[in-house]
Design a protein around this ligand. Structure first.
Ligand SMILES: Cc1cc2nc3c(=O)[nH]c(=O)nc-3n(C[C@H](O)[C@H](O)[C@H](O)COP(=O)(O)O)c2cc1C
Length: 165
């Protein structure tokens, strides 16, 4: 095709602009959050999303036997949260304590990230093992809106702020 140079399929899919979120989970007194960009809406009625998580994540350890998880949509100014929650593991550290972050809690006790553009709590539905990730489907059962305007976007392996104007 003219103007196209062939690249690997794996490199081509890196051109998908993806949102940057924090997936949060809680099992008893243990809670955790991790950055995720491999996330998408898959149904409007009911509102269902899919997030792809590697099996070895501590977040999955908390999610696998529990019913609910949280998604906080990060906006401009939250790059440090995206980086910390995406490079440090809950297997080693309490990320909320390390960041001195007091989360907002849903009725289900799920922690959500303060200052996010929006946040919602999902009831876990199907989990499909596919390639090197688990595709976890969750139905959003409660939602909140925050104050910011511009989402953080994962694009070609970098986090960038996406301007709305
Ligand atoms: C911008 C960004 C996006 C990420 N997206 C994902 C993702 O979609 N799925 C995943 O399993 N890991 C993803 N990661 C890696 C995890 O966030 C990282 O391994 C984290 O330390 C896991 O934490 P945990 O072990 O406490 O669950 C991402 C990291 C960054 C920085």
């Amino acid at each position: 095709m003219e103007n196209f140079s062939e690249i690997s399929p794996g490199d081509a899919i890196k051109y998908l602009p993806l949102p940057v979120v924090i997936v949060t989970a809680r099992k008893g007194e243990s809670m955790n959050g991790m950055t995720a960009a491999w996330i998408s809406q898959v149904s409007a009625k009911p509102p269902v999303i899919m997030v792809a998580i590697r099996l070895e994540r501590y977040t999955w350890e908390l999610m696998k036997d529990t019913e609910y998880f949280g998604i906080s949509v990060l906006g401009e100014g939250q790059e440090d949260i995206a980086e910390f929650f995406g490079t440090v593991s809950g297997w080693d550290k309490d990320k909320f304590k390390e960041m001195e972050m007091e989360p907002f809690y849903s009725e289900e006790g799920i922690p959500l990230i303060p200052g996010s553009l929006a946040a919602f709590v999902c009831r876990k539905r199907e989990v499909v093992e596919i390639g090197d990730h688990l595709a976890i489907f969750g139905e959003a059962i409660k939602g909140w809106e925050g104050k910011g305007d511009n989402p953080l976007v994962w694009y070609r392996w970098n986090v960038t702020g996406m301007k709305s104007d």
